[in-house]
Design a protein around this ligand. Structure first.
Ligand SMILES: Cc1ncc(COP(=O)(O)O)c(C=O)c1O
Length: 392
């Protein structure tokens, strides 16, 4: 692991390393798609090494590069690549790495589109996808073959189960296994997957990194040699993050730590309120001391912050959950998470739709389950809104 030279928030603000002749501190939005050939022969080459020089906007952009420097610093890794969505990042990684005969081990609770992607490419590439119970023990047990990729989200969505990355790193043969961690929910504020042997770390920058619900983006971070190979795939698959979007993420990421801290504290207050509410059957949030994953999360996370996302089961049926959603005023009925606005969804109708029904049942993703992503509003207003929507 590359040693962090500065603390996270300092890198979030200054890590882009932008300097120019005017002395400006903010990286400009470079809209140019074209860059004049410095060397005519190199300019025409079909293969160029990343970093040789800029040539064309689908290959590289200085604003996007500034964001990549920041994310690499926050994740304490050598390099990063930014994409035009989290799914563009994930699909480029999988298309690059998987080959016929590969096996992918994933927890059965995973972001839906990642599942859809794996289900769609598995028969085409001749790869095997094994979906197992979301625990480090079951994942390690399933991942004992050559050419195995383990892809995990450390805090699962929507039931917030925590996967013991420390156990996983000690029980996987990391020389033979490619460990990829989706750090969207946990963020480098509380988790640096590189410490646990992850070779690549992926993010939906649409969530906490951007943080303001105004930009779709994705990032892959990791070792330089892999990022350089991936860059070659990004430039032909065409998923580079565009400069204006890169600027928005660069701007949002400066406040990542303060936002994550306030959202975590707000979510904890909401979870405590819901846990005492007579219309609530169960609250799933590892920040609650009674939660079965609390001690593990405390051990794994660098700070006692458990994120802004929690789920709860409302007493009653699907209709009761829908009625609750309809009555919300401040909390918005929206599918995303990690941003400034508080949002609510029914996972069986959104992010968990493509999890097999029998897996949903095992995991506790029922029709009366509501997922909340708590934002930056005054938490008293959020709690009052939830209270009035829960009243009969
Ligand atoms: C954990 C996780 N990974 C990846 C993605 C995909 O990101 P995007 O929507 O930016 O493509 C999401 C989106 O919700 C997500 O929650």
């Amino acid at each position: 692991m590359k040693r962090a030279l500065a603390r996270l928030s300092t890198d979030a603000v200054h890590g882009h390393g932008h300097r120019d002749v005017y002395g400006s501190h903010i990286p400009p939005i470079y809209t140019s798609v074209i860059y004049e050939y410095i060397d005519y022969e190199l300019g025409l080459a079909t293969h160029i090494d990343r970093g040789t020089y800029l040539r064309y906007g689908r290959e590289e952009n200085p604003t996007t590069r500034a964001l990549e420097r920041v994310v690499a610093k926050l994740e304490c890794v050598e390099d990063a690549l930014a994409f035009n969505s989290g799914m563009a990042a994930i699909s480029t990684v999988l298309l690059w790495y998987l080959k016929p005969g590969s096996k992918v081990v994933v927890p059965m609770e995973l972001y839906s589109s990642t599942f859809v992607l794996l289900n769609n490419i598995a028969p085409k590439l001749g790869i095997k996808v094994e979906k197992v119970w979301p625990s480090a023990e079951t994942i390690a047990e399933a991942a004992n073959d050559l050419n195995t990729v383990v892809f995990v989200e450390v805090m699962t969505n929507p039931t917030n189960k925590v996967i013991d990355l420390d156990y996983l790193s000690k029980h996987l043969d990391l020389e033979r296994t490619m460990l990829i961690v989706d750090n969207t929910f946990t963020t480098p504020v509380v988790l640096k997957p590189i410490k646990y042997g992850a070779k690549l770390i992926v993010h939906s920058a649409t969530k906490y990194l951007g943080g303001h619900n105004d930009v779709v983006g994705g990032v892959v971070a990791g070792y330089k040699n892999m990022i350089t190979e991936l860059w070659d795939w990004r430039r032909v698959l065409g998923g580079i993050l565009q400069p204006f979007e890169a600027y928005l993420v660069l701007r949002g990421i400066k406040t990542l730590e303060v936002r994550f801290e306030k959202q975590s504290n707000n979510a904890k207050a909401v979870a405590e309120f819901l846990a005492e509410h007579p219309r609530v059957e169960e609250v799933m949030y590892p920040g609650l001391t009674k939660n079965p994953y609390h001690e593990l999360a405390k051990k794994l996370f660098e700070k006692p912050l458990f994120g802004g996302v929690l789920s709860f089961r409302i007493k009653g049926s699907y209709e009761d959950a829908v009625n609750f959603l309809k009555k919300l005023k401040i909390v918005k009925r929206c599918p995303s998470l990690g941003g400034t606005e508080s949002m609510a969804v029914l996972p069986t109708k959104s992010a968990s739709m493509y999890i097999e029904p029998e897996h949903r049942k095992k995991l506790g993703i029922t029709d009366n389950l509501v997922r909340l992503s708590i934002g930056l509003e005054d938490v008293n207003d959020v709690i009052e809104d939830l209270a009035q929507a829960l009243s009969i």
